[in-house]
Design a protein. Sequence first.
Lengths: 127, 127
Amino acid sequence: MVQPAAPLDLTFQALADPTRRAMVERLSRGPASVSMLAKPLSMTLSAVVQHLAILEASGLVTSEKVGRVRTCRVEPRALDSAERWISERRASWERRFDRLDALLAETDPATRPRTSKPLTSKSKRSR
Amino acid sequence: MVQPAAPLDLTFQALADPTRRAMVERLSRGPASVSMLAKPLSMTLSAVVQHLAILEASGLVTSEKVGRVRTCRVEPRALDSAERWISERRASWERRFDRLDALLAETDPATRPRTSKPLTSKSKRSR
């Protein structure tokens, strides 16, 4: 059953835009004001603020206004669930390929994978 | 400067939806026909096909029609760039925190981080 909205939706959605990734990349190197964030981007400050709102909604970025300056920071832990989701898929694929390897080794000893024991007859593979 | 459309945009966009993540999760365990993919999802086959099109455009999934059955497979390498992007951000944060740790250790020996040598006076920290 499909869940409605989930934090992962917001994380991946936030990362699906090159401007927002550029902002996260910049903030990964240290906090920055909104105008510092906007400087290398060829867009209006208001467009940058909109992207910032999406990043904040996803939890990837936090910001705090002191006086007239809003300072933005990355939230390092916010990428954890996205990273975990990807690595779980990888683990799932690898288990499947291991099973396929094992199946191949069972059905045809000549196609034994790298992870299996050495062939009893070495000449078989070199032919 | 912001790039226009990039493969990473399509990957993260594809993953930003719970139905599409469920489809990738299912396919990570092995190939499946479109109707097998649709079975646990509470939506029409045509909605599933639309999600499948987005997954195929992102390169995460491939499909092949033989006779009347379209079989879908995950493309394990397609998540590599997304995984790399996240781990690069993590590396960038960690380098920055290492530099902050080093700076703290230089400016005030009492606040030396866990990675530095033990304090010369142990009572200093426990007070």
